[in-house]
Design a protein around this ligand. Structure first.
Ligand SMILES: [Zn+2]
Length: 463
């Protein structure tokens, strides 16, 4: 779900593009300007791009042509917000079932070689999307923008504990790589950062190693930046605090794939003395939003994606409202995704005080499949106050599991027994979330399972 993709994000390069670094530099300089455009200017620019994308989809993807025609679009016309809003949502089911039908029958060569991106895995609905080389370029440009926004010092070492075995394997053949303390140390940060700048080293370590091993690695390598999932970060922070260990080399921690709540940001400030920087992306769409450098809200990456947040009636949400996230990548001409429902919900933010016109999202709420199923068949959104659970010091990790139509379990990994106040706090969270529908219980476990992609789900339904 959420992710600041590491500097490793794109190992494959679109081969038709010769002057890749120049293109990235040009995009970054363009972003320097466009991020300060007003919301109206950004929308106008986006609809110019949408007009071209819709025209291409109309001519080359019969699936979209039919939908576009029904919405009132005709070839040669400019896309308007009214026509756009009439276009049906493209669901993950659509993409899974109509994968072949969604591919463009022809495709401009200048957009680079295509490649498949997989997403979903064991959670939700797995989908495959064909992306263009240009999507890879936009991904890299967004990542570089994120580094620039946060004033990253390229000379420092990164510790990358994101745990992608295939990446580790691919990179173990990297020239100049050597092993240290159970991790693999690479000569630089890889693409795209190392294309444009001289960088420090990057160390890769499996986050499944014992916490003591991870801590020893970090204390010896003293990296300037740490990349890992929020759930893994919470564990390592808990370990440092419990063992009285310190690490003062970190400037920031970059997280991906899972949501970051305020309690994790606070814990990181307390233990590592540095902020958490998170962003929001998906394999199918690329970067969706990046954390504002001046705050903890997110800015949509409007230069490469149109982000819409809509309510249950399909109307755009207002600031403070939570709705479904629809994303339209503006540069995927290989398999255009028009109004693609990523599967998350987000809260629309007010205009950001930083002055950037890029739309603001206060938070990414999580997967929209997080629903309780009642015996009547009725679905209820899971409304547990997760942050109150994770604010309890002894809680290492937790997961809510609906085990039957009548029961839900809170599964907890704790570092010590909970005291009476902490138990009462948990009961209170569970009572207010579930009392009306389900019986709840608290179950202590040694560990919680991860998905095949290494992600810890906060809610699972076994119903
Ligand atoms: Zn901002």
């Amino acid at each position: 779900m959420i992710g600041l993709r590491s500097a490793l994000s794109e190992l494959a390069w679109p081969s038709v593009m010769t002057d890749h670094s120049a293109m990235l530099m040009a995009l970054l300089r363009q972003y320097d300007v466009s991020q300060w455009w007003t919301a109206e200017q950004l929308q106008e620019a986006q609809f110019l791009q949408l007009s071209q994308l819709a025209e291409h989809a109309f001519r080359t993807v019969p699936f979209h042509a039919e939908r576009l025609r029904d919405a009132g679009f005709v070839s040669g016309m400019k896309m308007t917000p009214q026509i756009w809003s009439r276009l049906p949502i493209l669901t993950r089911d659509n993409v899974r079932d109509a994968e072949k039908k969604l591919r463009a029958t022809s495709y401009p060569e200048t957009f680079g070689e295509t490649s498949w991106a997989n997403s979903g895995g064991s959670t939700g609905i797995p989908v495959r999307v064909l992306k263009s080389g240009m999507d890879g370029v936009m991904w890299q440009a967004a990542h570089l923008r994120e580094l620039e926004w946060n004033g990253i010092d390229f000379s420092l070492e990164i510790a990358n504990l994101r745990g992608a075995a295939s990446y580790l394997k691919a990179l173990s053949q990297n020239p100049g790589a050597f092993e240290d303390l159970g991790g693999l140390i690479l000569a630089d940060w890889g693409h795209p950062a190392a294309l444009l700048r001289e960088t420090g080293r990057m160390g890769l370590l499996e986050p499944t190693l014992p916490l003591a091993t991870q801590a020893e690695y970090l204390m010896k390598r003293r990296p300037g930046y740490l990349i890992m999932r929020p759930s893994g970060l919470r564990l390592i922070l808990g370990h440092f605090r419990e063992m009285g260990l310190t690490l003062d080399s970190l400037r920031s921690v970059w997280t991906m794939s899972e949501s970051v709540d305020e309690s994790l940001r606070e814990l990181c400030r307390e233990v590592f003395g540095c902020p958490v920087i998170s962003s929001y992306s998906s394999n199918e769409t690329g970067y969706i939003a990046i954390q504002c450098p001046d705050a903890t809200n997110y800015h949509a990456v409007s230069e490469s994606v149109l982000v819409e947040i809509i309510d249950q009636h399909g109307n755009p949400c207002k600031p403070g409202e939570i709705g479904r996230v629809l994303v339209t990548p503006l540069h995927n001409y290989a398999m255009p995704l028009l109004r693609y429902q990523v599967g998350d919900e987000a809260e629309v933010g007010p205009p950001c005080p930083c002055g950037r016109g890029l739309p603001s999202l206060t938070r990414i709420v999580g997967r929209i499949e997080d629903y309780l199923t009642l015996r009547s068949g009725e679905k209820k959104r899971v409304h547990a106050e997760h942050y109150r659970i994770s604010a309890i010091r002894a809680v290492r990790e937790f997961q809510l599991v609906q085990t039957s139509f009548e029961t839900i379990e809170l599964r907890l990994v704790v570092s010590r027994a909970l005291d009476a106040d902490e138990r009462e706090e948990l009961d209170d969270v569970l009572r207010s979330a579930f009392e009306a529908y389900l019986k709840w219980s608290v179950v202590f476990v040694d560990s919680l399972p991860r998905t095949s992609a290494g992600k810890l789900m906060q809610f699972i339904s076994e119903v």
